[in-house]
Design a protein around this ligand. Sequence first.
Ligand code: GLN
Length: 477
Amino acid sequence: MELHEYSLLELSERLRRREISAIELTEAVIQQIERLEPQIQAYITLTPDLAREMARQAQARLDAGEWNPLLGIPVAIKDNISTRGIRTTCASRILQNYIPPYDATVTARLKQAGAVILGKTNMDEFAMGSSTEYSAFHPTRNPRDLSRVPGGSSGGSAAAVAAHMAIAALGSDTGGSIRQPAAYCGVVGLKPTYGRVSRYGLIAYASSLDQIGPMTKTVADCALMMNVIAGKDPLDATSVEVPVPDYREALRADVQGLRLGVPREFFAQGVQPEVAQTVRRAIDQLADAGAIVEETSIPMVEYGLPIYYILAPAECSSNLARYDGVRYGLRVGAELGHIGMMERTRAEGFGDEVIQRIMIGTYALSAGYYDAYYLKAQKARTLLRQEFDRAMAQFDALLCPTAPTPAFKIGELISDPLAMKLMDVLTIPVNLTGLPALSVPCGSVDGLPVGLQIIGKPFDEPTVLRIGYTYEQLTRQ
Ligand code: GLN
């Protein structure tokens, strides 16, 4: 096995034992990027010189006797997470040349731990999409099958980890954007509880739904990343003052006596029968290992998508109002006066999907329609959350597929926006409730990876990780 193929956990142990150096490791990953990036195109911006410098600094810290699991580990960051001095585009023309003057809290925490930044990964523009095809720059290919999408919107992060072009990555998840690409590329992805990880410096799409989370090769790696990024941040008022456990302690291969619910609605909703079978097999394995598995029902799940596609556009129409060509980002038509300039800048700077969502959101929020759309969607969101609360009260976690099908072909759904949106039908309800959820690879259909989704109680990432870890250990070759 080559260096870049190891997990974060294994590499951090080897760094600690001084069997390898951070410089050697970073070089190995950069070489892998040089080999595969021309086909896969997981990155928007690569920072090899910075990575080499950070690796040198990490090695100096290791040489001085310091150690933590992230020290010297090469990571990738989704391009909607601010990185001081490194271009952060959100895969949009409107931010094509934007260089943030500050770090997101998660970026600062990774740096503090001594992680090495390889670059910024591709995504759907402003995180709106499910395939990374809505990037203003280029699509990303799925490393498991180059004719297919890696999922989205964190498709670049998922592809980078799957292709060993990063040891771990950060993504963001508003309606499934960590979990669905993780499932499509055969990696692990965790959407933490809303409020568990600071959103400061995450370029906002829909602020009541957005969460940053890790995308990794294994569940243990996910726990190690969480140890660094989780916690209250005074710079994000929605981050919560709940004590952060040591997530490594959750890594026990044991589900004995855990009560796991299987909501039947998550196996309808257009789920391909082979995907449902694969996930049910995984659930059976957990039952064989001692978990108590029971069917349950959350009928409101059916309304997840319609609720989301009112609320997310409404929030995005407000969040994206700041891109007007005045302070930063693209400016077109300066000669047209300030209204003309704003119109031209936004028309040329945003892609069609983003424009469509801004229009839908503006409509849903406008006087006369607010009650019928936005307010109604908020009420329905509350009902959905109450149903989840009732179901969760009986169980330690819920199990279901992450996505209804494996990765689709590049171009296959681009002219069918509804079909594309249906790819998030199993992940969106979780964002609406704020709960944590993990996607773990659980086999394949026609050679393409399938994800098992494990949904937990608020701030109970440890149980979610424990179930994922147990499954991983049971099925390890
Ligand atoms: N695919 C969903 C959307 O287009 C979710 C995206 C996300 O989680 N950022 O909005």
